[in-house]
Design a protein around this ligand. Sequence first.
Ligand code: GTP
Ligand code: MG
Length: 835
Amino acid sequence: MGIKIALAGNPNAGKTTLFNALTGSNQFVGNWPGVTVEKKEGKLKGHKDVVITDLPGIYSLSPYTLEEVVARNYLIQERPDAILNIIDGTNLERNLYLTTQLVELGIPVVVAINMMDIVRKNGDQIRIDQLAKELGCKVVEISALKGTGIDEAAKEAMQAAESKIPMVPQHKFCGCVEHAIAHIEEACLHDRPEAQQRWYAIKIFERDDKVLEQLNIPEATKKHIEQDIEAAEKEMDDDAESIITNERYLYIASIIKDCLKKKRTGMTTSDKIDKIVTNRWLGLPIFAVIMFLVYYISMVTVGSAATDWANDGLFGDGWHLLGIGTSSYNDAADEYGDTNAIIDGYVAYLGEQGVDTEELESYIDAEADTFDGEAAKDMILNYEKDYNADFSYDVEDEETLEVTTETASMDDLTTAADEFAKGEPDPADYGVWVPGIPVLIEKGLDAVNCVDWLKGLILDGIVAGVGAVLGFVPQMLVLFILLAILEACGYMARIAFVMDRIFRKFGLSGKSFIPILVGTGCGIPGIMASRTIENERDRRMTVMTTTFIPCGAKQPFIAMIAGAIFGGSAWIATGAYFLGMAAIVVSGIILKKTKMFAGDPAPFVMELPAYHMPTVGNVLRSMWERGWSFIKKAGTIITLSTIFVWFTSYFGWVDGAFQMLSEDQMSHSILAYIGKGICWIFAPLGWGDWQATVAAVTGLVAKENIVATMGILYGGGDGVYSNLAAAFTGVAGMSFLIFNLLCAPCFAAMGAIKREMNNTKWFWFAIGYECGFAYVIALIVNQLGNLFTGQLMTAGNGVVNIISLIAAFALIVAMIYLLVRPYKESNKLGVKVKA
Ligand SMILES: Nc1nc2c(ncn2[C@@H]2O[C@H](COP(=O)(O)OP(=O)(O)OP(=O)(O)O)[C@@H](O)[C@H]2O)c(=O)[nH]1
Ligand SMILES: [Mg+2]
């Protein structure tokens, strides 16, 4: 038989940090209350038979929010063999409140005073022996972060578990309460194990609903004990629950007096920082600047440099090792400049003059092995004698794909001809050139004479799809590092506090903001983070709207749309966050006015933990955990999806015969038939072609799939970006982005919504709301966008557009009505939740 040890304690006391240290796990740690919302098990290192359970933080055994219920139920119903109570040593008074309750459970308790590193630094002293005596249990000092004392804590807990000696609570309530408790034990608890009787008796005294329900006490007995309770209440002139609470605090005060010697009073550094950071006027601007920096660094500067490398180098043609050779190649490329365009322009000019340019063109366009630059040069110079007026040529900007027309003189042409003769610089000739993965794989496949379909599957399917997704990993990692730092330093709780002032105005609490922020990494922990919200209706609303914010997996397609259709504008990625926020705010206002969600949010109660310097280990671990799940997804579900998409898009019927298709036959593919069957749904949104439709649908499996699918379906020819730029107008691109940003999240996140709603009706309501909202906004944007850009009749199907435009106006009116109508207060919930 193994031993079960539970880690219990207040939120943010360091339970998970200790859990990770003891078991070698990688659970999330963050410096705000409510990081852990579910219990997690792990085996104690070096002891296979000892199972340690990390629990969500609780302030007391009277649960208030969902994650607290998880912790209490575990302690009371599963009854671990021992409880290791983690206490924040910098905050003894508040933390001991829970301890006074834990020792009554009848389970052996060991108290571990954590954060001793800070306590010592502050110069405070805790008298461990005295504390142990007054609590009646073993007390050890630890620092979970530094790893000091943790083995001893584990050893003590194991010994306590093996001894099976239940705690004897040292604390006695005042006479009348003890009297009532004794009566209660006698009247209805004598068949319970003796060690558990006291805790149950106190809970019955407090009239705890859950315990009363669980024990199923006969009415007559209930009446009888009620007399005892009322008698005590009369004597103390207070209600039963408050009597117990007050007595506990008196007891704790006496312990603190005996055991704690505090050195310093006055403002701590954290308080000083908070004066600025949570300032009524400065709080928001500071938050805005911090968030801007986070996304600017991860999306625009560091992140995009890394992503460019990954996309164009690692998963593209190749890259220079350590960047050596890049600058000399760039110089050479600069020198070569517009040579090709100038020569093309000259050929066109010659053509206009009636010259037969066929032979010249054959020299210019010759394949590498027959290419003779010198001959081409001579030929050009030959023409120069007779045709020597200035001519125009077109240049295409690589990033924005914008085409501009320039004029070249004969001097320009001579230089160009010289450069042309030398040949276009090849990056592989400079520094140490590392070919990209697709290039290597293609070479390998050619070397083994791979059959065409398999080569297609590997290159156009898996490498194109999965590579498109993996290319964004560096950018993700940068974002995850920055988020981890924000989480670890303690700013998270402040953001909730600052945002509470605003969120409250439209009926949400600041606590809804933590899920949103966590959701920028991944929607699943974001949805789960909603458990700390006290008000059930607010919690549901948060679950429904959290995924509007762009998560890590949505970044790639946002970046792709921005790069292909909007010239790589940084505003698109930043705008996506604003859009997500706006969607949450608008939904908040609209939903709060319905019966289902009406009512004021609970008052904001959250501890603001002291600021900590984030540790490198924690930050990297958190980054890696999130990044790894991204990579894992690419290796599993996304690979499978790309194979499916490749197969269904490269096979189909031509003239009634089923066969493998070439790139220009894709519109006959299986996928095209499916897409064409449903793409009418999205026609009013401006992107009713089957490729975009299919991409959006595969996005429901995992959002990264949108990029992977587009990589396959819009690949070929001039490359994905140019093909996308040709397929989407700006307005349609915006509408596509909005729909995919706001519609139902990926399957995994939908699963999380289902779990958190714990009710099928609510789940479907949430999914329906998200998709409906996304559709409405995308429709409005597309139709109004077309109207203002004058494309109403040209973009897509004009008739559809006219009808949709009318619908769009109707929807705008409806939304304005929903936004401005008065609040309906109601205290009734539409649907009951299964317990
Ligand atoms: N200085 C110091 N910081 C610590 C120590 N133990 C934990 N921390 C920090 O305290 C914060 C909270 O740690 P967690 O392990 O997430 O706390 P938790 O008790 O699991 O919190 P919840 O899951 O919210 O209940 C993190 O920022 C940790 O790095 C310690 O011994 N010393
Ligand atoms: Mg935790």
